[in-house]
Design a protein around this ligand. Structure first.
Ligand code: ASP
Length: 589
């Protein structure tokens, strides 16, 4: 038997027992004729003690230990002289009577403790050592608990966990596919699924009624901050449901996870907001509703005063920063530079200060009388002492910029408390999005999303304005300004699906080639159905109080999509290339 207990288990009530532990040497130190070793395993850390005079042999063996040696120790549990209240085992230590080295270790390239001195790259290269550290262990344990509770909840609601294939044909989530060449079918390729979307719908056609899967998805996108080329979804689909049924059930799941995993109670009814209201009031389709500072349109109030910048635009909007009228010139200049950064993309910033003494100060004093400025500021919800920030442009673009500015001001004012959870459903998305560059419509969610029944006439119209007005029964789950999941009620009639492809400018041949299987399936009695998927990595990170998902994935990729530990992707040898009928035209590295 390697051990009687784990390194996280012993307490004062175990004092006097003889025990055997096994684990890694986290660190050791000598002090006044005694040696101390911290031994670590997945469960915790326990202090070992050996006295040089009474146990010279064990003491000599301890002196030869290096960091990360794997050892087995035997000794007696004793109350500690100086207790460590931060450690669950901090009241005891083991007085060693025996020690065996199970395996030696090279000196690790960085300290393996909660706080590490290792940089990101070196820790990524030695991920298996980084994973020994407490914060990562806790992250993966939280992930495990989440997965377990997801299964618990959905199993309780009659969902079946069914696996779907990874080697498939292109899926329609709108990103680039990762492809896999087929040796047995020369010149042909599989695609890795961007999501199991079509399969889960086929499972509904097959009559499985309630499906879920905690499943890996693959998208070959440029990796903006905090994305991974392979990531995990909690993917779900249900038959004979309307939007309300789906929202109810998954509201319940989120409430269950909050309660069971982190002991947080969230509001009994999660608020709903239409996409249009989200854009108009928050400049974002994933508003952070922990704080106000809403966007106000002031276009009619500011136009016609001879200020050509405002006169020539579609939309002028403002947010009010409470209590910030005291901002200095330097501060407003800095904010102006801030909104000009490419991430925001504004050309400039106009401000109005409603000073405490009742006076008004603005960067556009020249064009507006004080009473006008006062009126504009009040329309933006300002009172004495507040600062109004104004941006303009094409409606949605200007709103989006104001949304980014709003989040920045929320951060600067400390209004985004990470321990407050404000979930929200964003609903009533437009079905389609027009792209000026390619002069065609794209599906805002994906092409299997159903138009709202009351908009079906517009959906069959050939006028762009009509098609732009069509709303979908689509919904996103948003938490604290982060989109955690989304889904929709699906199209289940073959002719509606075909119309959708037509609206998206996909030819009949192309639709048949890519999606013939699902259009066909819809001809064999497809039930009404709908579903959604949550980004599992991100849900875990948010529950863990972290912004980045990387710590919640055991073996993540870096932001060039590389696994630095494996050094992948890499070239394959010529024989493999030949077998696959492949030839690389990439330059030698
Ligand atoms: N397949 C969708 C996605 O990955 C989710 C859904 O519509 O259920 O975003």
């Amino acid at each position: 038997m390697y051990r009687t207990h784990t390194c996280g288990e012993l307490r004062l009530s175990d004092a006097g027992q003889t025990v055997t532990l096994a684990g890694w040497v986290q660190k050791s130190r000598r002090m006044g004729g005694m040696s101390f070793v911290d031994i670590r395993d997945r469960y915790g850390v326990t202090q070992l003690r050996v006295d040089e005079t009474t146990d010279p042999e064990v003491s000599a063996a301890v002196a030869r230990l290096g960091r990360e040696f794997v050892i087995q120790v035997t000794g007696v549990v004793e109350e500690r002289q100086s207790k460590n209240p931060k450690l669950p085992t901090g009241e005891i230590e083991i007085r060693l009577t025996g020690l065996k080295v199970l395996n030696a270790s090279q000196t690790p390239p960085f300290t393996i403790e909660d706080e590490s001195d290792g940089g990101e790259d070196i820790r990524a290269k030695y991920r298996y050592l980084d994973l020994r550290r407490g914060p990562l262990k806790r992250a993966l344990m939280l992930r495990h608990r989440m997965a377990h509770e997801v299964r618990n909840y959905l199993d309780g609601k009659g969902f079946l966990e069914i696996e779907t294939p990874f080697l498939i044909k292109s899926t329609p989530e709108g990103a680039r596919d990762f492809v896999v060449p087929s040796r047995m079918n020369p010149g042909e390729f599989y695609a890795l699924p961007q999501s199991p979307q079509t399969f889960k719908q086929l499972l509904m056609v097959a009559g499985y009624d309630r499906y879920f899967q905690i499943v890996r998805c693959f998208r070959d996108e440029d990796l903006r901050a905090d994305r991974q080329p392979e990531f995990t979804q909690i993917d779900c689909e249900m038959s004979f449901v309307e939007q309300e049924d789906v929202l109810d059930l998954f509201e319940g799941m989120m409430r269950h996870l909050f309660r069971e995993v982190i002991g947080v109670t969230i509001a009994p009814k999660i608020p709903r907001m239409s996409w249009y209201d989200a854009m108009d009031n928050y400049g974002s389709d994933k508003p952070d509703i922990r704080f106000g500072m809403k966007i106000h349109e002031i276009t009619p109030l500011v136009q016609g005063h001879g200020f050509s910048v405002f006169d020539g635009v579609e939309y002028v909007g403002a947010i009010t920063v409470p209590g910030a009228a005291g901002y200095t010139r330097k501060q407003t200049d800095e904010l102006t530079e801030w909104v000009k950064r490419p991430q925001v993309g504004a050309k400039g910033l106009v401000y109005i200060k409603l000073n405490e003494d009742g006076s008004v100060k603005s960067s556009v004093d020249k064009f507006y009388a004080p009473e006008d400025l006062q009126r504009i500021a009040e329309a933006a919800g300002a009172q004495k002492g507040d600062l109004v920030l104004v941006l303009c442009g094409a409606r949605r673009k200007a709103q989006t910029m104001l949304g980014v500015l709003r989040i920045e001001m929320g951060n600067r004012l400390g209004l985004r408390n990470p321990h407050e959870y404000a979930p929200l459903w964003v609903v009533d998305f437009p079905l389609l999005e027009w792209d000026d560059e390619t002069q065609r419509f794209y599906a805002m969610h994906h092409p299997f999303t159903a138009p709202k029944p009351e908009h079906i006439d517009w959906f069959y119209s050939n006028r762009k304005e009509d098609l732009e007005r069509v709303c979908a029964n689509a919904y996103d789950f948003v938490l604290n300004g982060v989109e955690l999941g989304g889904g929709s009620i699906r199209i289940h009639e073959a002719d509606v699906q075909q119309r959708m492809f037509e609206v998206l400018g996909i030819s009949k041949e192309d639709a048949d080639y890519k999606f013939g299987f699902i259009i066909n399936a819809f001809k064999f009695g497809a039930p009404p159905h709908g579903g959604l998927a949550f980004g599992f990595d991100r849900v875990c990170a948010l529950f863990g109080g972290q912004e980045t998902i990387r710590d919640y994935i055991a073996f993540p990729k870096n932001n060039m999509g590389r696994d630095v530990m494996l050094d992948a992707p890499s070239r394959i040898d010529d024989i493999q290339m030949d077998e696959l009928f492949l030839k690389s035209t990439a330059p030698e590295k």
